[in-house]
Design a protein around this ligand. Structure first.
Ligand SMILES: Nc1ncnc2c1ncn2[C@@H]1O[C@H](COP(=O)(O)OP(=O)(O)O)[C@@H](O)[C@H]1O
Ligand SMILES: [Mg+2]
Length: 380
């Protein structure tokens, strides 16, 4: 809510938002009036029918008593019976409304429960065959994107046949203009979506055949936009590995070059970061995300524009940290600033869902193509 609040003010749209809210309230008001009226009709009608029926019965009974066909006792008996019958009937209107209301809620609930996740494990899915969280550095992971295509919406293909591999222990960079599908590649690797054709293999194992849990436990992602929980800095970092000890968390924080910032805070590690981390700057949030991933200690590391909201000074610090943690690991680095990836083993240049160039920094410069253009632009 606070984040939205800021947006209203940036665009001085408080009036506009207040009107929109007012309209919503007016609709709600109308619905409420309708609801009340229908309830009134139901209860009123019911009471009327009951009253008429009571009057008619008692009039008939009184008539019979007057004619000597029934005793006064019979009259009282009929009255008592009628009361016993009609009181619960009167209650029925209320119960009916409650039942209707609950049914509407239950329908929503079951609708939600019946929803199947888009990505499903195959029956008896195998585990991804990798060593537990980087304990054995010999068992490294290679990644192979094998002619994959993908579209969020069938009408608009996003990835149009991409093939490349990241050998075990290598650092491969993906660059390209915004919207070319770089983050989508990461989501496919993490299996947030299934590819439309082709396959992605990790150590020759097709990721669509292994359990999502085992796949994701081996990949650490520093995403483009980090989501933090409204909790303390310490807990936010520890989220990377909830079983980690305090020392391990502190070490991760140190590696992510966060300690200096934290010691400048009056509450230090106990500082609460606000909803979605809004009390931190973009760069600070990204460093928390990096610390988290370092703590997770996965075999495969993915950085999605992890240094894009940092100034050159903190970027250098982060890059040192990134280089340290990627040294013995397979890593995929999506970068906006080319200066951050010149040391990569291979650089993939993407445009509109396709690979247009690839090679190392020197080779790509010699090509004098898109990469070299981007490089010139960023250098000037
Ligand atoms: N969840 C989504 N649903 C529909 N389209 C999406 C979704 N996410 C991204 N896109 C579209 O896919 C394209 C590639 O996005 P993305 O992979 O995030 O690009 P990049 O990271 O290279 O900037 C963009 O044009 C974007 O609009
Ligand atoms: Mg992106």
């Amino acid at each position: 809510m606070l984040i939205k609040d800021d947006i209203f003010k940036y665009f001085t749209n408080e009036e506009f938002e207040a009107q929109a809210y007012d309209q919503q309230l007016a609709t709600w008001e109308q619905a409420k009036v309708k609801n009340r009226l229908s309830l009134f009709a139901l209860n009123g009608g019911q009471a009327l029918i009951i009253a008429l029926a009571m009057t008619a019965m008692l009039a008939l009974a009184a008539n019979d008593v007057a004619a000597g066909l029934m005793t006064l006792g019979d009259f009282v008996l009929i009255n008592a019976f009628m009361m016993q019958l009609f009181m619960p009937l009167n209650f029925l209107g209320f119960v009916y409304r409650e039942i209707k209301g609950s049914l509407a809620n239950i329908e929503n609930l079951f609708g939600l429960l019946a929803k199947l996740p888009k990505v499903q494990d195959v029956p008896n899915a195998a585990m991804l065959n990798l060593a537990e969280q980087g304990r054995n550095s010999n068992n490294q992971a290679s990644i192979m994107f094998n002619n994959i295509t993908f579209a969020y919406n069938t009408k608009r293909p996003i990835i149009k046949g991409i093939t490349f591999s990241v050998n075990a222990g290598e650092k491969v960079a993906v660059v390209g203009q915004s919207g070319s599908g770089k983050s989508t590649l990461v989501k496919l690797l993490f299996r947030f979506y299934d590819v439309n054709s082709g396959n992605i293999n990790i150590n020759e194992q097709d990721i669509s055949q292994v359990s999502q849990q085992s796949l994701r436990s081996h990949i650490g992602i520093v995403p483009q936009d980090t989501v933090l929980f409204n909790d303390t800095l310490f807990n936010n970092v520890q989220y990377g590995c909830p079983t980690a000890s305090k020392d391990e968390v502190l070490k991760a924080i140190e590696l992510a070059h966060l300690s200096e910032f934290i010691s400048s805070l009056p509450d230090g590690l106990d500082t609460v970061v606000g909803e979605r981390g809004l009390k931190l700057s973009g760069g600070e949030k990204q460093r928390v995300a990096i610390a988290r991933t370092i703590l997770k200690n996965p075999q495969i590391l993915v950085f999605d524009e992890a240094t894009s909201s940092l100034d050159s000074h903190s970027e250098q610090a982060i890059l040192t940290a990134i280089n340290e943690v990627t040294k013995s690991r397979t890593s995929l680095v999506i970068a906006h600033r080319l200066s951050t990836i010149i040391d990569s083993d291979n650089i993939i240049v993407m445009s509109h869902g396709e690979i247009v160039e690839q090679g190392n920094h020197q080779q790509l410069l010699a090509l004098k193509g898109q990469y070299s253009n981007m490089w010139q632009l960023q250098q000037s």
